[in-house]
Design a protein around this ligand. Sequence first.
Ligand SMILES: Cc1cc2nc3c(=O)[nH]c(=O)nc-3n(C[C@H](O)[C@H](O)[C@H](O)COP(=O)(O)OP(=O)(O)OC[C@H]3O[C@@H](n4cnc5c(N)ncnc54)[C@H](O)[C@@H]3O)c2cc1C
Length: 528
Amino acid sequence: MNKRKYAGEEVDVVIVGAGAAGGVLAKELSEAGMSVVVLDAGPFRDPQKDFASDELAMKRLGWQDTRIVDGSDPLTMGHNNSGRGIGGGTVHFTAVFLRFHDADFKAKTIDGVADDWPIEYADLEPYYARIEKEIAVSGPKHFPWGNYQGPYPYPEREPLSPNAYMFMNGCEKLGITSSVAPLAILSAPFEGRPPCINRGFCNQGCMPDAKFSTLIVHIPKAIKAGAEVLADCMVTQVLMGKDGRATGVAFVHDGRTYEQKAKVVIVSAFVVESPRLLLNSANAQFPDGLANSSGMVGKSIMVHSSQDVYAKFNEEIRLYKGTPVLATTQEFYRTDPRNGFVRGYTLHSHGARPVEFASGISKAQGGPVWGERFRETMLNYNHYGRVTLVGEVLPNPANRVTLTDEKDEYGVPRAKVTFGYGDNDRKLIDHAVGNMSAILEAAGGKVEYVIPDTAHMMGGCRMGNDPESSVVNSYGQTHDIPNLFVCDASMFVTSGAGNPTNTVMSLALRTADYIKEKAKKLELSGSV
Ligand SMILES: Cc1cc2nc3c(=O)[nH]c(=O)nc-3n(C[C@H](O)[C@H](O)[C@H](O)COP(=O)(O)OP(=O)(O)OC[C@H]3O[C@@H](n4cnc5c(N)ncnc54)[C@H](O)[C@@H]3O)c2cc1C
């Protein structure tokens, strides 16, 4: 490792993971005058040099290490789940940028299921607004659903893709309101970055920098403010003092183990790696893992159900055109007593590049598609349209991350990820697939493939007011260890029915404000 600015020094804050949450925290805390070190397990990429318009090569943006999966509906890990490298999942995410609704924070009160969050929509509202402005989210003047109905900082994207027009047309025919989606993708120049030119490689890393990621927005600002951001540094343990406070972290770089001492440790390593790190840091004082007196570390992980429905059209749709998601509907977001299940879902028009299309249809419901039928479908790729589900999945403690006996190259036990849907989740999926198929058929398509899939992991270190049933408070501060925070998608109590990253980043901004406010008490050198 090159000569390090903070080598051997105790810093104010060490952040594990430079993704959506870690990036926000790094920027905010270093700009407040704190000494900050950020450690990420993956590389520091340069979009212009390292992002290729190549679906297969760019799978390396995902966390590809072996994870053991089980349960009644084992999850597919890798590219579709988490990122690895500076920017984390924001480097290859689709950039649909939605707020949660007020009802998402009150599943227990409203529907008698899961639990309420310890915060309400109103607590996050100012943070949503700050994040959306900071990254110039583009969106419609009027967004028809939820508490915030626009206008967004930047105008909505146009022109839309043929698949988005198809989706809006199908919705209109059925009397379903639809809208252009709010996106963390520029519709006009901003801070030296160009607007989107519709290359469509958002999930392969955006080479022209039109799509937001913390790699290109927050991390450069953090570095400018003095943060040290270290790539290819896998954190293997949170280190503890005899007084029951965290003292820093141990990490491996190039086969050697180093220590970074810090007054505050923030774990922002996402839904599998955050619990894995806490569990692997068990010691005599915390034999079940750090911050785990509730036994909830790793438990109640969630995803969104994310079925894809493909239909064939006489005319060409060309699913590769434009950014993947450009149109959406949240008409089915809230509990409808006629449905026979609680909670709801969002539907997106969703593009697919050829490799994604091929691997999707090969796992279609009703048996694998291969041979002549597979070939025939691929030859007709240009004629397929697609709608994708973002469905709420209720938390269940049996869905969890645990450690196995098998170790990785850093000597850290591999994670086992157990997942299965509940009854409510399955009924919701059936209902959604019915509506997705109806939209495609109303637009003139013939439904051919339904693909079971999931997206957006959340939970595993849930927040709450009660230390007996939650890992962190609403600021991500662990109940058990006051200078240890977990701040990332693992804090979620429920999954909501919208894409989560706006909420992840808004929570991180709120945590940063809290740490700044408490700087004196935490003995940090921050100026605030
Ligand atoms: C294909 C895809 C599409 C998506 N599309 C959308 C979308 O359209 N809209 C939306 O809202 N969300 C989307 N998401 C989800 C979004 O990416 C996540 O919600 C978000 O990135 C979570 O932020 P985070 O900070 O919790 O974790 P991440 O952003 O994943 O960051 C975690 C970081 O921690 C690092 N790390 C992990 N373990 C260690 C360790 N032990 N030591 C050091 N570093 C470590 C990782 O390398 C990573 O950089 C998508 C995700 C994927 C994969």
